[in-house]
Design a protein around this ligand. Structure first.
Ligand code: SF4
Ligand code: SF4
Length: 109
């Protein structure tokens, strides 16, 4: 019983072990792969990212100098980031927020 009382008192005055989500953001785990962003000033429209993407989440339009990225198809593997020879794709450390409507993000130069 005294041991139990000690545990209760310690828990009453210690910080919670969990995060108060959604009022508090969860700390990022090291190595988390997040969203991607295209720098169209660096991009030469080679379409390598589109070719390697395993989930067909990237569509490059060379004539329009435009890239569409489908966040709902992306599996955050970052293969495109590793493949782009021009370092035109930046790996971010956060994922896209949930949404009711499926949409693509358009990057244009
Ligand atoms: S691989 Fe890089 S340079 Fe090539 S189209 Fe994709 S973002 Fe542009
Ligand atoms: S992170 Fe992976 S799944 Fe997402 S767009 Fe790049 S290659 Fe495709």
């Amino acid at each position: 019983m005294p041991k139990l009382l000690g545990t209760i008192i310690r828990n009453l005055f210690s910080k919670p072990a969990t995060v108060n989500y959604p009022f508090e953001a969860s700390p990022l785990v090291e190595g988390t792969r997040g969203s991607i962003s295209f720098n169209m000033d660096r991009c030469d429209q080679c379409q390598d990212c589109e070719r390697v993407c395993p989930s067909a989440a990237i569509k490059v339009y060379p004539d329009d100098k435009k890239i569409e990225w489908d966040q709902f198809k992306c599996i955050y593997c970052h293969l495109c980031v590793e493949t782009c020879m021009h370092k035109a794709i930046t790996a971010l450390d956060h994922v896209q927020s949930p949404d009711y409507k499926k949409s693509v993000t358009v990057f244009e130069s």
